[in-house]
Design a protein around this ligand. Structure first.
Ligand code: SF4
Length: 65
């Protein structure tokens, strides 16, 4: 599984960081998402799915496989 983030779509709400701080961060300038770990460990997959669901802008997606 791979985490994809569209930084053009991200509104910097920070839900992803609040949900999974080990997977996401925000840049200092605009607060847009940075993916720290594009390929989450199996024990981080649930958090990754939750972050994708909670993202208000739809900037995050998961590539299965
Ligand atoms: S939750 Fe979505 S909109 Fe908010 S910072 Fe993360 S990727 Fe961007």
């Amino acid at each position: 599984m791979k985490i994809k983030a569209d930084r053009e779509v991200c509104v910097g709400a920070g839900m992803c960081v609040l949900t999974a701080a080990e997977l996401f961060d925000q840049d200092d300038d605009e607060g847009r998402v940075l993916v720290l770990q594009p390929e989450p460990h199996p024990d981080q997959v649930a958090a990754a799915r939750e972050a994708v669901e909670l993202c208000p802008s739809g900037a995050l997606s998961l590539e299965e496989g």
